[in-house]
Write a protein that binds this ligand. Structure first.
Ligand SMILES: NC(=O)c1ccc[n+]([C@@H]2O[C@H](COP(=O)([O-])OP(=O)(O)OC[C@H]3O[C@@H](n4cnc5c(N)ncnc54)[C@H](OP(=O)(O)O)[C@@H]3O)[C@@H](O)[C@H]2O)c1
Length: 224
């Protein structure tokens, strides 16, 4: 599912079997339509909460802050509840929440993105613990990729050339890492050694130091 029906139809035509659903997940009626479709699928094996976007600029200046929270947070809540309502009693199924390595940062110029992705990571961790506490085999994964070649940066209007080539991941690699890790039941999946180390270091930093680094980064942004 996505908003652009023509792109979905094109993709579906290249697959042996697929059903498409065009809906806007930042809109209540769109979320309700997808949640209804999920509830009608009793044997759903996997829900991937993937739809997302980024913005450029400070929180009070950049457009799309509310839409981002509706898409990354509220849609994820509704669709995950719809899926788990059948998966938990059936004792089968999985949910992948596509967060980001940004979940571990405090991005000046990226406040809503980092905080909604941090929410997705903490939400996934809490859900996984809740499921484990009742002995459920249903799995939850927080996928936390770094810079990945997709249309994300085009939609956002960001210049990819400002990020060195060694930081870029291939989308197929990210998906493979995620699905392999789902088999193993890994909760936090961070594709690529460079990002695994970045996340590890960021999680170890005292919050005061993380704040100072974020402020220094914001000052650099102001000068630029
Ligand atoms: N690319 C990266 O560097 C990167 C890094 C870390 C995490 N991520 C995360 O990965 C996820 C996938 O992004 P991507 O990189 O694949 O970007 P993308 O190529 O721009 O894909 C975004 C997808 O979400 C759909 N979408 C966007 N807004 C929607 C809405 N309101 N309702 C329904 N569908 C919507 C888009 O389709 P329509 O426009 O047709 O609706 C598109 O299929 C996002 O959650 C993103 O935050 C990306």
């Amino acid at each position: 599912m996505a908003r652009r029906a023509d792109r979905l139809a094109e993709l579906a035509a290249s697959l042996p079997s697929a059903e498409i659903l065009a809906a806007d997940l930042a809109d209540d009626s769109g979320v309700a339509a997808v949640a209804d479709r999920i509830r009608a699928t009793q044997d759903l094996e996997l829900l991937v909460n993937n739809a997302g976007f980024g913005t450029k600029g400070r929180f009070w200046e950049a457009e799309g802050q509310e839409t981002m929270h509706r898409l990354h947070v509220l849609a994820t809540v509704s669709l995950t509840r719809a899926a788990l309502a059948a998966m938990v009693p059936r004792r089968r199924g999985a949910v992948i929440n596509v967060a980001s390595v940004a979940a571990f940062t405090m991005g000046v110029g990226n406040v809503s993105y980092c905080s909604t992705k941090a929410w997705m990571a903490v939400f996934s961790e809490g859900l996984a613990a809740e499921l484990a506490s009742i002995g459920s085999p249903v799995r939850v994964q927080a996928l936390c990729p770094g810079y990945t070649y997709t249309e994300f940066h085009d939609v956002m209007g960001a210049d990819r050339s400002t990020v060195p080539a060694r930081f870029w991941l291939d989308a197929e690699f990210v998906v493979r890492e995620s699905l392999d890790a789902l088999e193993r039941g890994t909760l936090f999946v961070i594709p690529g050694a460079i990002y695994r180390w970045t996340a590890r270091v960021l999680r170890l930093l005292p919050s005061g130091l993380r704040r100072r680094l974020a402020i220094a980064n914001g000052r650099r942004m102001k000068r630029a």
